[in-house]
Design a protein around this ligand. Structure first.
Ligand SMILES: NC(=O)c1ccc[n+]([C@@H]2O[C@H](COP(=O)([O-])OP(=O)(O)OC[C@H]3O[C@@H](n4cnc5c(N)ncnc54)[C@H](O)[C@@H]3O)[C@@H](O)[C@H]2O)c1
Length: 253
């Protein structure tokens, strides 16, 4: 797909993988709308790349609708990338014998699954109204899972369940949207050097880097952005989940 002149919405675009995606797509001539609950951060990234910023919550359908409408103003919306999400640590039975907090479990599904569902469905409805391009293609949706969807570690019950759901939505969404020429793919990142991991002490980050097969390094957010551009431009890539992880397989803990 030709990216130059198309519009994109990036959730979680104020930070980490989403911000890197916003920069990578803008460099290809895409009109980027950064949608994040951190409105000031979204504005900072948008100002840097000459894009638009919308503050809001991906779990709120009205916020998502407003953001998608804004993204589709002025250029045909063809790309939606879901990066908003977060993790949670909690075991089925915690060390003190108490069961997993159901509220925390629900919160993570709400953010990582329903948030992705909201923007995917609303963006798809909007992309479906654009003029078809070569081969009848109208656009692409890229969701973010995690290697935790496959190698969930101790304490990752809620997070792995949510990312497993993002993986599980990929093929049916691609099948549903094939009739309107919209592709759906999912990236499952390994360990990336984003503010999420920056909170760890340097020693812990170095140890994590050593656990990667090759290269022995944390992933850089721009490598995620690079894959987004590649997926968006390659019209034959559809219904796929791609691990971007330096070959890591996470151990139990
Ligand atoms: N960093 C990693 O190593 C890694 C690994 C695997 C998967 N992931 C996934 O990648 C995605 C991005 O992670 P990151 O490392 O860039 O994190 P990050 O914390 O740097 O960025 C996440 C962004 O999402 C926004 N956000 C959170 N909740 C929101 C909501 N309800 N509505 C709108 N925006 C919201 C935050 O404000 C933030 O800007 C997440 O889904 C995460 O689970 C990250």
């Amino acid at each position: 797909m030709e990216l130059n002149g198309a519009a994109a919405i990036i959730t979680g675009g104020a930070s980490g993988l989403g911000a890197a995606t916003a920069r990578a797509l803008a460099a290809e001539g895409v009109h980027v709308t950064v949608f994040d609950r951190n409105e000031a951060g979204a504005k900072e990234v948008a100002d840097e790349i000459g894009g638009k910023a919308v503050g809001g919550d991906v779990t709120n359908r009205d916020d998502c609708e407003a953001a998608v409408n804004e993204a589709a103003e002025g250029a045909p919306l063809r790309i939606a990338v879901n990066c908003a999400g977060t993790g949670w640590v909690g075991r089925v039975i915690n060390r003190d014998g108490t069961p997993h907090d159901p509220g925390a479990f629900g919160f993570i599904q709400q953010l990582n699954v329903i948030g992705t569902f909201n923007v995917m469905t609303l963006a798809a409805a909007k992309i479906a109204t654009t003029e078809p391009l070569e081969f009848g293609e109208r656009g692409v949706i890229i969701n973010t899972a995690s290697v935790a969807a496959f190698d969930g570690q101790i304490g990752q019950l809620a997070y792995s369940a949510s990312k497993g759901a993002v993986v599980g939505m990929t093929l049916p969404a691609a099948r549903d949207l094939s009739v309107v020429g919209i592709r759906v793919n999912t990236i499952a990142p390994g360990l990336f050097d984003t503010p999420l991991l920056a909170m760890l002490p340097e020693e812990a980050r170095a140890a994590l880097a050593q656990s990667v097969l090759f290269p022995k390094a944390l992933g850089q957010p721009d490598q995620y952005g690079q894959l987004v551009v590649s997926i968006a431009t390659n019209a034959y890539l559809n219904g796929e989940v791609i691990r971007l992880d330096g070959g890591i397989r996470m151990p139990p803990k």
